[in-house]
Design a protein around this ligand. Structure first.
Ligand code: DGY
Length: 324
Protein backbone atom coordinates (compact mmCIF):
# COMPACT_ATOMS: atom_id res chain seq x y z
CA UNK A 1 0.00 0.00 0.00
CA UNK A 2 1.38 3.36 -0.95
CA UNK A 3 0.04 6.36 0.93
CA UNK A 4 1.15 9.81 -0.14
CA UNK A 5 1.17 12.39 2.63
CA UNK A 6 1.59 15.82 1.11
CA UNK A 7 3.08 17.61 4.12
CA UNK A 8 4.79 16.95 7.38
CA UNK A 9 1.87 16.09 9.69
CA UNK A 10 1.62 15.41 13.44
CA UNK A 11 2.97 12.04 14.66
CA UNK A 12 -0.53 11.14 15.88
CA UNK A 13 -1.62 10.77 12.25
CA UNK A 14 1.55 9.15 10.98
CA UNK A 15 1.37 6.49 13.70
CA UNK A 16 -2.10 5.42 12.54
CA UNK A 17 -0.87 5.06 8.98
CA UNK A 18 2.28 3.21 10.01
CA UNK A 19 0.36 0.78 12.21
CA UNK A 20 -1.80 -0.05 9.23
CA UNK A 21 0.93 -2.19 7.74
CA UNK A 22 2.82 -1.72 4.57
CA UNK A 23 2.58 1.99 4.45
CA UNK A 24 4.95 4.26 2.70
CA UNK A 25 4.63 7.76 3.95
CA UNK A 26 6.24 9.65 1.18
CA UNK A 27 6.43 13.00 2.84
CA UNK A 28 8.54 12.12 5.87
CA UNK A 29 11.16 14.50 4.58
CA UNK A 30 8.81 17.32 3.65
CA UNK A 31 8.75 20.54 5.56
CA UNK A 32 5.87 22.81 6.49
CA UNK A 33 6.37 24.87 3.38
CA UNK A 34 4.46 22.54 1.16
CA UNK A 35 5.63 21.23 -2.12
CA UNK A 36 5.66 22.58 -5.65
CA UNK A 37 3.16 21.03 -7.97
CA UNK A 38 5.69 19.00 -9.97
CA UNK A 39 6.97 17.43 -6.79
CA UNK A 40 3.38 16.80 -5.75
CA UNK A 41 2.63 14.94 -8.98
CA UNK A 42 5.72 12.80 -8.44
CA UNK A 43 4.84 12.20 -4.80
CA UNK A 44 1.38 10.83 -5.52
CA UNK A 45 2.47 8.47 -8.33
CA UNK A 46 1.16 4.98 -7.67
CA UNK A 47 -0.52 5.93 -4.38
CA UNK A 48 -3.68 4.18 -3.19
CA UNK A 49 -4.37 7.05 -0.82
CA UNK A 50 -3.43 10.70 -0.55
CA UNK A 51 -3.50 12.60 2.71
CA UNK A 52 -3.76 16.21 1.53
CA UNK A 53 -4.07 19.64 3.08
CA UNK A 54 -5.78 22.83 1.95
CA UNK A 55 -2.55 23.96 0.33
CA UNK A 56 -2.52 21.38 -2.46
CA UNK A 57 -4.78 21.27 -5.48
CA UNK A 58 -6.32 17.85 -5.83
CA UNK A 59 -7.44 18.22 -9.41
CA UNK A 60 -7.59 16.02 -12.50
CA UNK A 61 -3.83 16.34 -13.03
CA UNK A 62 -3.06 15.17 -9.48
CA UNK A 63 -5.52 12.28 -9.70
CA UNK A 64 -4.16 11.19 -13.07
CA UNK A 65 -0.60 11.41 -11.78
CA UNK A 66 -1.57 9.10 -8.93
CA UNK A 67 -3.13 6.57 -11.30
CA UNK A 68 -6.28 4.43 -11.44
CA UNK A 69 -5.48 2.59 -8.18
CA UNK A 70 -6.10 5.81 -6.16
CA UNK A 71 -8.97 5.03 -3.76
CA UNK A 72 -9.17 7.98 -1.41
CA UNK A 73 -8.14 11.58 -0.92
CA UNK A 74 -8.33 12.37 2.79
CA UNK A 75 -8.13 16.10 3.36
CA UNK A 76 -6.72 17.14 6.71
CA UNK A 77 -9.18 20.04 6.85
CA UNK A 78 -12.88 20.64 7.20
CA UNK A 79 -12.94 22.62 3.94
CA UNK A 80 -12.36 20.79 0.67
CA UNK A 81 -12.47 23.49 -1.98
CA UNK A 82 -8.92 22.41 -2.95
CA UNK A 83 -10.37 19.13 -4.24
CA UNK A 84 -12.23 18.77 -7.51
CA UNK A 85 -15.17 16.65 -6.42
CA UNK A 86 -16.40 16.18 -9.99
CA UNK A 87 -13.02 14.73 -11.02
CA UNK A 88 -12.98 12.48 -7.95
CA UNK A 89 -16.50 11.26 -8.74
CA UNK A 90 -15.53 10.46 -12.35
CA UNK A 91 -12.71 8.27 -11.06
CA UNK A 92 -14.60 6.70 -8.13
CA UNK A 93 -12.21 8.24 -5.66
CA UNK A 94 -13.53 8.74 -2.12
CA UNK A 95 -13.03 12.15 -0.54
CA UNK A 96 -13.03 12.75 3.20
CA UNK A 97 -12.53 15.76 5.46
CA UNK A 98 -12.13 16.40 9.20
CA UNK A 99 -15.33 18.09 10.39
CA UNK A 100 -16.16 19.01 13.97
CA UNK A 101 -12.76 18.65 15.57
CA UNK A 102 -11.48 22.10 14.65
CA UNK A 103 -14.63 24.04 15.46
CA UNK A 104 -13.56 25.45 18.82
CA UNK A 105 -9.98 26.26 17.80
CA UNK A 106 -11.19 28.08 14.70
CA UNK A 107 -13.83 29.98 16.64
CA UNK A 108 -11.13 31.06 19.12
CA UNK A 109 -9.04 32.28 16.22
CA UNK A 110 -11.98 34.18 14.73
CA UNK A 111 -12.25 35.96 18.08
CA UNK A 112 -8.51 36.63 18.05
CA UNK A 113 -9.10 38.41 14.73
CA UNK A 114 -12.17 40.24 16.02
CA UNK A 115 -10.38 41.51 19.12
CA UNK A 116 -7.09 42.16 17.37
CA UNK A 117 -8.68 44.15 14.54
CA UNK A 118 -11.20 46.00 16.72
CA UNK A 119 -8.49 47.08 19.17
CA UNK A 120 -5.77 47.66 16.54
CA UNK A 121 -3.51 45.21 18.34
CA UNK A 122 -1.23 44.50 15.37
CA UNK A 123 -0.60 48.14 14.68
CA UNK A 124 0.02 48.93 18.35
CA UNK A 125 2.43 46.04 18.76
CA UNK A 126 4.37 47.07 15.65
CA UNK A 127 4.86 50.57 17.06
CA UNK A 128 5.96 49.19 20.42
CA UNK A 129 8.42 46.70 18.91
CA UNK A 130 9.88 49.42 16.69
CA UNK A 131 10.76 51.35 19.85
CA UNK A 132 8.47 54.20 18.76
CA UNK A 133 6.08 54.22 21.72
CA UNK A 134 6.45 57.41 23.75
CA UNK A 135 4.05 56.55 26.58
CA UNK A 136 0.30 56.51 27.24
CA UNK A 137 -1.79 58.90 25.16
CA UNK A 138 -5.51 59.69 25.24
CA UNK A 139 -5.88 59.42 21.48
CA UNK A 140 -3.55 56.50 20.88
CA UNK A 141 -4.75 53.45 18.96
CA UNK A 142 -8.41 54.06 19.57
CA UNK A 143 -10.40 51.01 18.59
CA UNK A 144 -14.09 50.17 18.77
CA UNK A 145 -16.09 48.60 21.60
CA UNK A 146 -17.55 45.14 21.22
CA UNK A 147 -19.79 45.10 24.27
CA UNK A 148 -23.50 45.01 23.32
CA UNK A 149 -22.74 45.53 19.64
CA UNK A 150 -24.16 43.57 16.68
CA UNK A 151 -22.20 40.47 15.82
CA UNK A 152 -22.99 39.68 12.18
CA UNK A 153 -22.21 36.16 11.00
CA UNK A 154 -22.20 35.19 7.34
CA UNK A 155 -22.63 31.44 7.65
CA UNK A 156 -23.88 29.77 10.81
CA UNK A 157 -22.58 26.23 10.58
CA UNK A 158 -20.57 24.63 13.38
CA UNK A 159 -17.86 27.29 13.47
CA UNK A 160 -20.27 30.21 13.08
CA UNK A 161 -22.31 28.86 15.99
CA UNK A 162 -19.22 28.53 18.17
CA UNK A 163 -18.34 32.14 17.35
CA UNK A 164 -21.91 33.16 18.24
CA UNK A 165 -21.68 31.38 21.62
CA UNK A 166 -18.54 33.33 22.47
CA UNK A 167 -20.38 36.54 21.53
CA UNK A 168 -22.68 36.02 24.51
CA UNK A 169 -19.77 36.84 26.80
CA UNK A 170 -19.73 40.28 25.21
CA UNK A 171 -23.53 40.65 25.46
CA UNK A 172 -23.67 40.98 21.70
CA UNK A 173 -26.75 40.71 19.52
CA UNK A 174 -26.20 37.97 16.96
CA UNK A 175 -27.50 38.47 13.42
CA UNK A 176 -26.80 35.84 10.81
CA UNK A 177 -27.32 35.07 7.19
CA UNK A 178 -27.05 31.54 5.85
CA UNK A 179 -28.77 29.61 3.08
CA UNK A 180 -29.80 27.14 5.79
CA UNK A 181 -31.84 28.64 8.57
CA UNK A 182 -31.52 27.11 12.05
CA UNK A 183 -34.60 25.81 13.86
CA UNK A 184 -36.39 28.31 16.06
CA UNK A 185 -35.09 26.54 19.18
CA UNK A 186 -31.48 26.55 17.93
CA UNK A 187 -31.81 30.25 17.10
CA UNK A 188 -33.19 30.89 20.56
CA UNK A 189 -30.37 28.98 22.23
CA UNK A 190 -27.83 31.11 20.40
CA UNK A 191 -29.92 34.23 20.70
CA UNK A 192 -29.38 34.60 16.95
CA UNK A 193 -31.72 36.20 14.41
CA UNK A 194 -31.73 35.27 10.70
CA UNK A 195 -31.64 38.31 8.43
CA UNK A 196 -31.29 38.94 4.70
CA UNK A 197 -27.74 39.53 3.52
CA UNK A 198 -28.48 43.24 2.96
CA UNK A 199 -29.67 43.68 6.54
CA UNK A 200 -26.63 41.81 7.85
CA UNK A 201 -24.35 44.10 5.89
CA UNK A 202 -26.11 47.25 7.05
CA UNK A 203 -26.46 46.33 10.73
CA UNK A 204 -23.28 44.43 11.64
CA UNK A 205 -20.71 46.11 13.87
CA UNK A 206 -18.53 43.05 13.52
CA UNK A 207 -18.98 40.96 10.39
CA UNK A 208 -17.36 37.54 10.64
CA UNK A 209 -17.41 35.11 7.70
CA UNK A 210 -18.01 31.40 8.29
CA UNK A 211 -19.22 29.99 4.99
CA UNK A 212 -17.58 27.42 2.74
CA UNK A 213 -16.10 28.62 -0.55
CA UNK A 214 -18.58 27.79 -3.32
CA UNK A 215 -19.42 29.45 -6.64
CA UNK A 216 -22.16 31.30 -4.74
CA UNK A 217 -19.93 32.63 -1.95
CA UNK A 218 -16.91 33.54 -4.13
CA UNK A 219 -16.60 37.33 -3.98
CA UNK A 220 -19.73 37.61 -1.85
CA UNK A 221 -18.13 40.75 -0.42
CA UNK A 222 -17.06 43.43 -2.89
CA UNK A 223 -17.00 47.21 -2.95
CA UNK A 224 -20.76 47.24 -3.49
CA UNK A 225 -21.22 45.49 -0.11
CA UNK A 226 -18.53 47.53 1.67
CA UNK A 227 -20.26 50.74 0.59
CA UNK A 228 -23.43 49.65 2.42
CA UNK A 229 -21.68 48.88 5.73
CA UNK A 230 -21.28 51.06 8.80
CA UNK A 231 -17.92 52.87 8.53
CA UNK A 232 -17.16 51.55 12.03
CA UNK A 233 -17.54 47.91 10.95
CA UNK A 234 -14.81 45.35 11.58
CA UNK A 235 -14.66 42.61 8.94
CA UNK A 236 -13.19 39.26 9.85
CA UNK A 237 -12.47 36.32 7.58
CA UNK A 238 -11.32 32.96 8.90
CA UNK A 239 -13.28 31.00 6.27
CA UNK A 240 -11.77 31.19 2.77
CA UNK A 241 -9.95 34.13 1.18
CA UNK A 242 -11.90 34.38 -2.08
CA UNK A 243 -15.17 35.05 -0.23
CA UNK A 244 -13.86 38.63 -0.11
CA UNK A 245 -12.65 40.45 -3.21
CA UNK A 246 -9.38 41.53 -1.66
CA UNK A 247 -8.65 44.50 -3.92
CA UNK A 248 -12.07 45.88 -3.06
CA UNK A 249 -11.41 45.42 0.65
CA UNK A 250 -8.16 47.36 0.24
CA UNK A 251 -10.07 50.14 -1.50
CA UNK A 252 -12.68 50.11 1.29
CA UNK A 253 -9.87 50.47 3.85
CA UNK A 254 -8.29 53.27 1.74
CA UNK A 255 -11.56 55.16 1.61
CA UNK A 256 -12.49 54.57 5.26
CA UNK A 257 -15.61 52.61 4.27
CA UNK A 258 -14.74 50.09 6.99
CA UNK A 259 -12.87 50.50 10.27
CA UNK A 260 -10.58 47.46 10.20
CA UNK A 261 -10.20 43.96 8.84
CA UNK A 262 -8.92 40.78 10.47
CA UNK A 263 -7.88 38.12 7.97
CA UNK A 264 -6.57 34.60 8.48
CA UNK A 265 -7.22 33.55 4.87
CA UNK A 266 -6.35 35.14 1.54
CA UNK A 267 -7.39 35.06 -2.09
CA UNK A 268 -4.15 33.63 -3.48
CA UNK A 269 -2.51 31.82 -0.55
CA UNK A 270 0.32 31.86 0.25
CA UNK A 271 0.73 35.05 -1.80
CA UNK A 272 -0.55 38.09 0.07
CA UNK A 273 -1.98 41.02 -1.84
CA UNK A 274 0.73 43.68 -1.26
CA UNK A 275 -1.96 46.34 -0.86
CA UNK A 276 -2.96 44.70 2.43
CA UNK A 277 0.47 45.46 3.86
CA UNK A 278 -0.15 49.18 3.29
CA UNK A 279 -2.98 49.05 5.80
CA UNK A 280 -2.16 49.33 9.47
CA UNK A 281 -5.77 48.37 10.20
CA UNK A 282 -5.47 45.05 8.43
CA UNK A 283 -4.71 42.49 11.13
CA UNK A 284 -3.22 39.56 9.24
CA UNK A 285 -2.52 35.98 10.30
CA UNK A 286 -1.19 33.10 8.16
CA UNK A 287 -4.15 30.67 7.99
CA UNK A 288 -3.78 29.35 11.54
CA UNK A 289 -7.47 28.87 12.42
CA UNK A 290 -7.06 25.23 13.43
CA UNK A 291 -3.45 25.53 14.54
CA UNK A 292 -3.44 24.24 18.10
CA UNK A 293 -1.43 21.20 19.14
CA UNK A 294 -4.51 19.26 20.23
CA UNK A 295 -6.60 20.12 17.21
CA UNK A 296 -3.94 19.38 14.61
CA UNK A 297 -3.20 16.02 16.32
CA UNK A 298 -6.88 15.13 16.10
CA UNK A 299 -7.20 16.30 12.50
CA UNK A 300 -4.18 14.23 11.43
CA UNK A 301 -5.47 11.15 13.26
CA UNK A 302 -8.90 11.54 11.73
CA UNK A 303 -7.58 11.92 8.18
CA UNK A 304 -5.35 8.87 8.70
CA UNK A 305 -8.27 6.82 10.06
CA UNK A 306 -10.33 7.72 7.02
CA UNK A 307 -7.54 6.33 4.85
CA UNK A 308 -7.22 3.15 6.88
CA UNK A 309 -10.97 2.57 6.62
CA UNK A 310 -11.04 3.13 2.86
CA UNK A 311 -8.04 0.89 2.19
CA UNK A 312 -9.51 -1.81 4.45
CA UNK A 313 -12.69 -1.82 2.35
CA UNK A 314 -14.77 -0.05 5.02
CA UNK A 315 -16.68 3.17 4.63
CA UNK A 316 -14.69 6.08 6.06
CA UNK A 317 -16.54 8.11 8.64
CA UNK A 318 -16.13 11.51 7.11
CA UNK A 319 -17.14 11.00 3.50
CA UNK A 320 -17.74 14.16 1.50
CA UNK A 321 -20.76 13.69 -0.80
CA UNK A 322 -19.66 13.63 -4.44
CA UNK A 323 -21.71 14.94 -7.35
CA UNK A 324 -23.59 12.18 -9.19
C1 DGY B 1 -9.86 23.85 7.24
O1 DGY B 1 -9.86 22.88 8.01
O2 DGY B 1 -10.62 23.93 6.27
C2 DGY B 1 -8.89 24.95 7.54
O3 DGY B 1 -8.93 25.97 6.66
C3 DGY B 1 -7.50 24.38 7.71
O4 DGY B 1 -7.46 23.98 9.03
Amino acid sequence: MKIAVTRRIPEAGLKVLEAFGEVKTLAMHQTDDGIASEALLKLVEGAQAILSTVGERMDAATMDAAGPQLKIIANMAVGYDNISLAEAAKRNILVTNTPGVLTEATADLAWTLILGAARRAGEAERVLRAGQWKGWGPLQFLGVDLYKKNLGLFGLGRIGQAVARRGRGFDMTVLYHDVNRLSASAEEALNARWVEKDELIAEADILSLHCPLTPETRHAFTLAEFRKMKPSVVIVNSARGPVIKEDDLCQALDEGLVFAAGLDVFEEEPVINPRLFDHERAFLLPHIGSATIETRDTMARMAAENIVAALSGDTPENLVPLPL
